[in-house]
Design a protein around this ligand. Structure first.
Ligand SMILES: NC(=O)c1ccc[n+]([C@@H]2O[C@H](COP(=O)([O-])OP(=O)(O)OC[C@H]3O[C@@H](n4cnc5c(N)ncnc54)[C@H](OP(=O)(O)O)[C@@H]3O)[C@@H](O)[C@H]2O)c1
Length: 358
């Protein structure tokens, strides 16, 4: 694969035009055409960072069209890189102050989940970590893991609060006769975190890991196939996506939510704050499908959310994911309720992506 570097930078109209190249920090964000990474790149550019991002195919104009809109915000370079190719990220990470590892295999329709999610996820994370070691300039690596690495374990009664000391139970998840993509995804996140942490320690890299829950809200990416269609499934009636919500609630004991802006602000804070270390759960609300359906039916009656059709689901969350450590590091969530998170801009985003009718 070619390693061309596609410079989308242009400073016209930038609020951070005055910033000299010496003052400007550079951050690498992997997987820039993804939902979360696209929002993170925008935030970093708005904060005055220069950003190097990676995509598998820089020529895919449909997936990469949002980069054009961001070019006015600051210097944005797009590199070609694949998680499965050793050394593929060297060029994108070279000279960077920060590296945000966001790209990961997330295909919950994988036919061979062990290979496509588990093995590929871990190999990809370590591959980028090795590029960070080679660069020698990266002062902090922020790895985006998932709450799936925290809460997928047998429930021992109700009312437990899980914090960063909780790990999804790999043995329990591997015990099924046929591993589901959801189980492989959770294992991939647990093993990636642990292996990345080992590699960081052995090589003197400062690593923090963020464990976000189901992420909602508008982002610049013009394609979204993970949490956005799932979060909007009660409106769209997409059964497969609704099953994703059911799977999360069943596997973890609640339906935890965070807004993408809050998640990106948390990632930036954890990168910039020298004293942070280890894992950070990023969850602003623990809810259930039933509570979500009731709220959304009231807020958006025009979508006819059928609460009765939701089926037999728990009324209240059986567990809670604590973000106390993140809050203790100085973070404050902006979007705290279903009402905040399912605002008009999220509905408009759903329409723009073709998930909701216009
Ligand atoms: N969304 C959520 O609710 C949520 C919650 C918890 C954690 N996370 C984590 O957050 C991260 C981003 O998720 P997302 O929701 O933004 O998903 P997404 O939109 O599907 O983004 C995933 C990105 O990873 C890239 N990728 C996948 N396989 C790759 C490979 N072999 N080489 C290079 N790039 C590859 C994809 O590139 P292509 O476009 O080329 O496929 C895409 O840019 C993931 O690590 C995910 O596990 C997400």
């Amino acid at each position: 694969m070619s390693r061309e570097n596609h410079d989308h930078s242009s400073n016209k109209g930038s609020p951070v035009l005055w910033m000299s190249a010496v003052e400007r920090k550079t951050a690498c964000v992997t997987g820039g055409n993804g939902y979360i990474a696209s929002a993170l790149i925008k935030m970093l550019l708005e904060k005055g960072y220069a950003v190097n991002t990676t995509v598998r195919n820089p020529d895919n104009t449909e997936k990469n069209c949002h980069f054009k809109g961001m070019q006015a915000l600051g210097p944005l370079k797009v590199f070609s890189a694949d998680l499965q190719e050793e050394g593929s990220f060297d060029e994108a990470v070279a000279g960077c102050d920060y590296a945000f590892l966001v790209a990961a295999p997330v295909n919950l329709r994988a036919e061979n989940p062990e290979k496509e999610l588990m093995e590929s996820g871990v190999r990809g994370t370590l591959n980028v970590m090795r590029s960070c070691v080679k660069a020698g300039t990266v002062r902090r690596v922020v790895l985006t893991s998932a709450a799936a690495a925290v809460s997928c374990r047998p429930l021992q009664g109700d009312g437990h609060v899980l914090d960063e000391s909780s790990w999804s139970d790999v043995e329990y998840l591997s015990s099924a006769a046929k591993m589901s993509p959801g189980q492989a995804y959770s294992i991939s996140k647990v093993v990636s975190e642990k292996e990345a942490s080992k590699l960081a320690e052995e090589n003197g890299i400062s690593l923090v890991t963020v464990c976000p829950v189901l992420t909602v809200g508008a982002a610049p990416a013009r394609k979204a196939h993970t949490s956005v269609p799932a979060a909007l499934a009660l409106f769209s009636g997409d059964e497969e996506m609704f099953n994703t919500l059911k799977h999360i609630e069943m596997a973890s004991g609640s339906l935890p939510l965070v807004h993408v802006d809050d998640l990106c602000r948390a990632e930036v804070l954890l990168a910039e704050k020298p004293a942070t270390a280890g894992r950070y759960i990023c969850c602003s609300l623990d809810t259930t499908i039933l509570q979500l359906a009731r709220s959304l039916a009231t807020k958006y009656p025009q979508y006819n959310v059928n609460i009765d059709a939701v089926g037999d689901h728990p009324e209240n969350p059986r567990i809670r994911l604590s973000s106390e450590k993140l809050v203790g590091a100085g973070f404050e969530f902006t979007y705290k309720t279903i009402d905040d998170m399912y605002d008009e801009s999220f509905m408009e985003y759903g329409k723009a992506l073709g998930i909701l009718p216009c």
